[in-house]
Write a protein that binds this ligand. Sequence first.
Ligand SMILES: Cc1cc2nc3c(=O)[nH]c(=O)nc-3n(C[C@H](O)[C@H](O)[C@H](O)COP(=O)(O)O)c2cc1C
Length: 327
Amino acid sequence: MTDLSVKYMGLDLRSPIIASSCGLTADLEKVMEMDRNGVGAIVVKSLFEEQIRNEVEFLSEAGHDYPDMDDYLHNYVRQYSINNYKEALLSFKKNLSVPVIASINCYTPGEWVNYAKEIEQAGVDALEINLYELTTNPKTTSEQVEKGYCDVVRDIVKNVRIPVSVKISSHFSSVVSFVDKLVACGVKGVVIFNRFYTPDINLDSLSIVSASPMSSPEEYLQTLRWTAIISSSVKNIDISVTTGIHTSSSAIKQILAGAETVQLCTTLYKNGLGMISTINQEISEFMEKNNFSSVEQMRGRLNYSTIKDPAKYERVQFLKTFGSFSK
Ligand SMILES: Cc1cc2nc3c(=O)[nH]c(=O)nc-3n(C[C@H](O)[C@H](O)[C@H](O)COP(=O)(O)O)c2cc1C
């Protein structure tokens, strides 16, 4: 097989295929199987501050007669959860041959740094920050939201030595400028784009239900344009693409558009962990057929600044398809 090795945030990966943070990457047996299948790195299931808070609330509501017990409960559950997570990370590091990237999702400003510092102690290779706050207040501006994100990120980067990546949503008025701001905060990688659980409405029961957490293969198209544009417009950042990478063809397209790595989730649930070796094999065949001797050689071949007509990544395609009023 052709050499598929890549650099991602300064880490040496044997393949650009990363297992993204999800239930599968919380399980030692599963991540070991991913390793045997040739995965480049593992992003471990996130540690969610919100989940820890919910557990404390649940225990609190279960009832006790001591008001000061809540603080004790909170500290106990918090530390217990962090220690459990650290133990899992330690055993992943011990049993895997590939880099292990931890993932956190917090919402209390001070806690981000506390969690990050604790987790770094487990010897992980990098940290992915799952950064998202649903803003519903009409008075909150996008500048305020972005500033809040940047404050958190800058604080984390200052306090840990491992490389930090940020998993962002696509919901920014100027996503390229925001990624540029992340670089200024010291971030080494950006993961585009987080796919959220979305609410849906059940018309029979007239109630709010959860839409499927699994993506469809066409969803890779939502990121392709931004991979191409960010990779050519923002310097000193590595791109890892998540959402809709189900097959080798969408993985290859994202690399041609400029991604350093791609992340798999839904396809591993639906088609099994063997998809990792299938995709590696097919990328290798594609490279041989097209005379690419390294992934680096094909990376960005079709990004925004390399192609003759960059407008193809912009609005022109829309006009071509739907025509204009004057026609
Ligand atoms: C069951 C499930 C659990 C997930 N858990 C996390 C998580 O803990 N942290 C995170 O950053 N993303 C999580 N994700 C999002 C995935 O990492 C991924 O970004 C998203 O599913 C899009 O990739 P896909 O199209 O390959 O599924 C989860 C996704 C699924 C389906």
